[in-house]
Design a protein around this ligand. Sequence first.
Ligand code: URA
Ligand code: SF4
Length: 213
Amino acid sequence: MAGTEDAYTAEPFVPKRGGLPALRRAAADCRGCPLHRDATRTVFGAGRATARLMLVGEQPGDQEDRQGEPFVGPAGKLLDRALAEAGIDPADTYVTNAVKHFKFTRAEPGKRRIHKAPTLRETTACGPWLAAELARVRPELIVLLGATAGKALLGSSFRVTQVRGTVLEEEIHGRPRRLVPTVHPSAVLRAEDRDGAYRGLLADLDVAARALG
Ligand code: URA
Ligand code: SF4
């Protein structure tokens, strides 16, 4: 209901017409949930409208919030390397996030900003932007990077470990879509066995590369 806390949604900010540039401009002024208050700027998706592959992450991190582009920090560097090794051409990808504002806490005032996972409510609020990107790009395949992206598009029962590295065929916003879930590149960076985790990510991206043909 309007005026209640449950009213968090990007919907009224999303233009019905226009391409990706119009979406990006409008998203810069989104106030659909409280995350815009503390973040520096909206970090919208990046890539060509003709991309065959869409990659969906969680939310921008510290570097992305500063630079205004998705996946330009440490997780992005690792993702770039993995995509290159899987033979996926970056020019054929559109990269975005389930949530478009950086959510963080500080251990102490003025200290380093620490990533905080978005809630399901925030992810749901931001969903209309992701839906609009999907409708404009119409990718042949979607790679879900981690649980937040999975829940955003496939619902809260999504579990990465159960479906990673497989080609799913699901109806999303009334259209059939093919998706390959995998782990989030930040999870690879945090893993105890980083090499093993990286090989796992690469194996999943190989599945995506083959599915694209
Ligand atoms: N992690 C994400 O999920 N997205 C980014 O853009 C950067 C880090
Ligand atoms: Fe809007 Fe999404 Fe930012 Fe919330 S996180 S203000 S819904 S763009």
